[in-house]
Structures are given as structure tokens and as C-alpha cells.
Design a protein around this ligand. Structure first.
Ligand code: AR6
Length: 183
């Protein structure tokens, strides 16, 4: 599984799935969530409303992931996950690790070969980008070496698409110091 770090806009990525740093309501918000909804079009909000009605009446829990189509996005699917909110006292890195792990699982279940992540929780939810990067690479490495991957995960490419040069540099430095991952 290859890992690429890019500076750019997640909504433009021609990958099979992009991951949305959503909130539990799944009904949109600011940051990358707002950008994804704008780029995907109103059908995305409709699909999220339907998910809420049919499967998630109480919303999507922190650390869980669920997929919708990508509608007008280049990506075929959007995988919505809810990162922990530091400002609300959600400081357990296991919750953040779960976002990456569950998103990878959902992507593999869909047959996705490529997936692009933003820096989940590193914006409005207040986590340090360096900690997000560390948790993210650890989760990808665990997923790659897990039984699930060994039994045929189709995922070949994991992109991290960062909105600023600064965050991209933080992710590059973390990847360089993470062992066992090739680029
Ligand atoms: N492409 C890539 N990264 C982006 C983009 C983009 N188009 N736009 C922003 N980012 P945030 P969170 C970066 O705040 O911290 C929403 O209101 C941004 O610079 O989007 O998980 C949700 O509805 C930052 O580095 O997500 C939730 O309520 C990273 O994406 C809440 O925010 C994540 O920042 C989630 O907060």
C-alpha cells in the first residue's frame, strides 16, 4: 500500500474514495465537510439525511465511518467519519485511530483501490497536526499488516491531502520518521 502526501484540495482528488471529517449529525458543517458538500452537490446532503433516517437516528458515533456516493465529486464515494473534538474533552488518540481504521475498512469493503484522507480533527476539532499524522500512519500501517489486508484488501494507494504547506510539511516529517512505510 503506497502512501502519498499532497498539498491541495481533497474535493478535487481523482481517487475511489475521499474521507470526510464530518460531525455526528452528518448534516454538513464548515471546514473540509463544507467543501465536500459544496463540491458533491445537494444530493450528498440528501443521502446523509437518508442514512440518518434509515440507519443512524442518533447520528454517527465518534470514531465510526459510513459511506455515501460522491455524486458530483471526481471520487466515487465519500466515507464520512467523525473525529474526536479536543475542545469537547475528546483527547483519546484511540478515537482518532478508529476514524482512520474504520474508514480504511469501509473503503476496502467497497472495493476501493485508492482513498484520500484530510487531517481529521486537525481543524475545528483542535488536534495538533503532528499528532494526527502520527496516529494516521500508525493506523494505516496496522491496517496494511492486518488479517483483513492479508485476505485481499484492494487498497493500493492512501493519500493524505493537506490544505496548507505547513500541514503537508508536518505530515511529510511524520512519514519520514514512521518506520515500515514505503513511499
Ligand atoms: N481539502 C483538504 N483539507 C481541507 C479542506 C479541503 N478542501 N478544507 C479544510 N481542510 P476541519 P475537524 C483541512 O475543521 O477538525 C466541520 O464543521 C483543514 O485545514 O475540516 O475534523 C465538521 O462538520 C484541517 O487541516 O475538520 C465538524 O463539525 C483539516 O482539513 C468539524 O468541522 C480538518 O479540519 C470537524 O472538525
Amino acid at each position: 500500500m503506497r502512501i502519498d502526501i499532497l498539498r491541495g484540495d481533497l474535493t478535487t482528488r481523482p481517487v475511489d474514495a475521499i474521507v470526510n471529517a464530518a460531525n455526528s449529525s452528518l448534516l454538513g458543517g464548515g471546514g473540509v465537510d463544507g467543501a465536500i458538500h459544496r463540491a458533491a452537490g445537494p444530493e450528498l446532503l440528501e443521502a446523509c439525511r437518508e442514512l440518518r433516517r434509515a440507519d443512524l437516528p442518533d447520528g454517527l458515533p465518534v470514531g465510526a465511518a459510513v459511506a455515501t456516493p460522491g455524486f458530483r465529486l471526481p471520487a466515487r464515494w465519500v466515507i464520512h467519519t467523525v473525529g474526536p473534538n479536543r475542545h469537547a474533552g475528546q483527547t483519546d488518540p484511540a478515537l482518532l485511530a478508529s476514524c482512520f481504521r474504520e474508514s480504511l475498512k469501509v473503503a476496502a469493503g467497497l472495493g476501493a483501490r485508492s482513498i484520500a484522507f484530510p487531517a481529521i480533527s486537525a481543524g475545528i476539532y483542535g488536534w495538533d497536526a503532528s499528532q494526527v499524522a502520527e496516529v494516521a500512519f500508525d493506523a494505516v500501517r496496522s491496517f496494511a499488516s492486518s488479517a483483513g489486508a492479508a485476505s485481499g484488501s484492494p487498497l493500493e494507494l492512501v493519500e493524505f491531502v493537506l490544505f496548507s504547506d505547513e500541514t503537508a510539511d508536518v505530515f511529510r516529517a511524520a512519514l519520514d520518521s514512521a518506520s515500515g512505510l514505503g513511499r
